[in-house]
Ligand binder design. Structure first.
Ligand code: RB5
Length: 143
């Protein structure tokens, strides 16, 4: 059974979200799309909360959060103790967010990263394992 990836964005991120939904499906994942799905202005904390709720309920183990810069939705997601959201802007930050921080949410800024870079971040985020070791105690301290 394919893994389900949850994804949420505000109005600044919904176009990138739809591109990444298609990418996720092409990669063989199921997608839990939590909106928003149009240009009408919404508040990114509501979508961060929906994503955090989906992870807490076990509807997905990992997620993607998108707003204009990625900053607001990442801050809001990280208010939830079970969320470790990493704001990434290239393959290196996506890889290290997994290897060192065991990030379970990839945050992206639709207004600051290009589509191909966002796809790179997504693929690296989903295929990189947590390194454990010296990083484990640091993760435990956050939860
Ligand atoms: C919306 O205009 C914008 O403020 C939001 O998408 C995000 O960039 C906030 O951090």
């Amino acid at each position: 059974m394919p893994e389900t990836i949850a994804i949420a964005s505000d109005h600044a991120g919904y176009e990138l979200k739809s591109i990444l939904v298609a990418e996720l499906k092409a990669l063989g994942f199921d997608v839990l799309d939590l909106g928003t799905n149009g240009p009408a202005s919404v508040d990114y904390p509501d979508y961060a909360d929906a994503l955090a709720g989906a992870l807490a309920e076990g509807r997905a183990r990992r997620g993607v959060a998108i707003c204009g810069t990625g900053i607001g939705i990442s801050i809001a997601a990280n208010r939830h103790r079970h969320v470790r959201s990493g704001l990434c802007h290239d393959g290196t930050t996506a890889r290290l967010a997994r290897q060192h921080n065991d990030a379970n949410v990839l945050a992206l800024g639709a207004r600051v990263v290009g589509t191909e870079t966002a796809k790179d971040c997504l693929k690296v985020f989903l295929s990189t394992e947590f390194e454990g070791g010296r990083h484990t105690g640091r993760i435990v301290k956050m939860s």
